[in-house]
Design a protein around this ligand. Structure first.
Ligand SMILES: Cc1cc2nc3c(=O)[nH]c(=O)nc-3n(C[C@H](O)[C@H](O)[C@H](O)COP(=O)(O)OP(=O)(O)OC[C@H]3O[C@@H](n4cnc5c(N)ncnc54)[C@H](O)[C@@H]3O)c2cc1C
Length: 336
């Protein structure tokens, strides 16, 4: 039996569509047009998700395969996996994309495992090989500064996609499509998970993914105490604080600040990088920056090469001086 369509997993937060769903839709639409096929959205939500199912159509889905039940206001990975496996078996898409969010990353490998399919994680771009009608999945390779092109030997071709990599699909209010309720037996609604309580995490002062100015630090800062100076600079500039993966793993700052393939994707107008080498795993998370300023002792560091303004020097001297200077300028501004 043949496979047809480009499908996405449309993520429901319990209250609304996760914005990454619209990013996946824009890329699914582009791929579907190249393959001359339809776009499917696999959507699991509580009945309040009806409007969101319409939103998916307005943003590019031709068919929304919708499993709706009160139980789905909570995320239950065993249950959601079973439903998605059944959706794949019923709809047989050629391509299936998941967001690389916590939920997407929990579900994609489980679905791939159940169906014995290949899965490419954390893609940042796709191409279609027109001869073979194959999805070429592009992502930074492990440890090296190269982009790997990966193809799946199984179908559907499955990949996860970093949030913030693709633009959000624009709404076309007149767009028509079909919402297909997905039938479920009572027996299929059983889960081994019981949600006992739900706690909202406090939001950071400035959302990194939306920040216009980012001050980011790497291992070159030398210590947590020194890294904390970035928060002082950020407050002065109205900026958000970003970090490389090693400094998060050293415990200098929480992983919410991580930029890169394992962290967040950002697109600031101004990115100031202190003691950051600029490895590809970090830089793929910095999309379309307006201006990059780098401070590093090594002029050959990749971030120094990429920066519009590259300052060769010791961050431990430059950062305090910069903070002092901005404070002085602000003081002068307030006095006049
Ligand atoms: C699968 C995988 C996923 C990954 N995901 C991510 C990710 O999402 N995000 C991420 O950031 N990394 C990620 N990494 C790690 C990544 O490859 C790099 O190792 C990391 O980004 C380097 O961090 P860094 O620049 O802080 O440290 P380093 O590479 O150690 O660089 C420190 C820099 O500071 C400079 N320096 C040292 N002392 C001073 C000083 N006193 N003053 C000024 N400059 C100084 C040095 O010259 C150097 O350039 C990943 C790696 C793998 C394998």
């Amino acid at each position: 039996m043949s496979y047809q369509g480009v499908a996405i997993f449309a993520e429901w937060t319990g209250k609304a569509l996760h914005p990454v769903s619209l990013e996946l839709l824009s890329e699914a639409r582009r791929l579907a047009e190249e393959l001359n096929t339809k776009v499917l959205a696999f959507f699991i939500s509580s009945p309040e998700g009806k409007e969101a199912a319409q939103e998916l159509i307005k943003h590019g889905a031709d068919e929304v395969v919708w499993a709706s039940h009160e139980k789905f206001s909570s995320f239950l990975d065993d249950l959601f996996t079973r439903i998605l496996v059944k959706m794949v078996e019923t709809e047989r898409p050629e391509i299936l994309l998941f967001p690389a969010t916590a939920r997407g990353q929990a579900l994609a490998p489980r679905v791939a495992g159940f169906l014995r399919l290949g899965l490419t994680a954390h893609c940042i771009a796709f191409e279609i090989d027109p001869k073979e009608r194959r999805l070429v999945q592009i992502r930074p390779s492990f440890g090296e500064n190269i982009m790997a092109k990966i193809i799946s030997l199984t179908k559907p071709q499955m990949a996860t996609v970093r949030p913030g990599v693709f633009p959000r699909a624009k709404a076309e209010p007149a767009r028509q499509g079909e919402i297909k309720p997905f039938p479920l037996e009572e027996e299929e609604l059983k889960s081994a998970i019981t949600v006992l309580a739900r706690k909202e995490r406090p939001r950071p002062k400035i959302d990194l993914s939306q920040a216009k100015i980012i001050v980011a630090g790497g291992r070159g800062l030398g210590s947590k105490e020194f890294f904390d100076k970035l928060f002082e600079l950020a407050d002065l500039l109205g900026a958000a604080v970003g970090a490389t993966r090693p400094v998060c793993h050293l415990g200098w700052v929480s992983e919410e600040h991580m930029i890169g393939v394992s962290g967040q994707t950002v697109s600031p107008r101004l990115y100031l990088g202190f003691g950051i080498s600029g490895a590809i795993h970090h830089l793929v998370g910095v999309r379309h920056p307006g201006l990059i300023v780098a401070v590093n002792t090594d002029p050959e560091a990749p971030l120094m090469k990429r920066a519009e303004i590259a300052v060769e020097g010791d961050v431990r001297q430059i950062l305090p001086l910069l903070i002092q200077r901005i404070k002085a300028l602000k003081g002068a501004e307030n006095a006049s």
